[in-house]
Design a protein around this ligand. Sequence first.
Ligand code: HEC
Length: 113
Amino acid sequence: MRNPRMILALLAGASMAVLSSGAFAEGAAGSAEAGKSKNAMCIGCHGIPGYRTAYPEVYNVPKIYGQQQAYIIKALQAYKSGERGHPSMQGIARGLTDADMADLAAYYGGPHK
Ligand code: HEC
């Protein structure tokens, strides 16, 4: 026998579980290994290794190597949403998925030798 109330309760429970697991995964989901293979389009401006910036416009490209992972993701999302304005970074960020951002953050913000 079908009970619509029961089904609704189950659906609500399932979506709560998805939301809370998402919250717990935040910040730990990125793969530095995957990020390393995705950073080809960042190197030209953000100058890896180290945080030396690309010649000749050295002064206005901030260092992202060694930043907090959460900060990097937040910055990329802000460029993507347009909250943070910079034409080249907005263009870059629009092409990134959440997973790309997490991977890149894990790579840039992770431990380096
Ligand atoms: C065309 C040059 C260029 C490329 C390519 C580029 N960036 Fe940037 N990036 C910049 C500039 C310039 C800024 C500073 C913009 C500003 O003033 O907000 C910046 C800012 C950032 C910031 C914010 C840093 C901070 O301290 O607030 C992050 C994070 C970032 N870039 C990540 C990336 C990643 C990841 C990639 C590769 C997917 C990438 N960028 C590719 C030029 C570039």
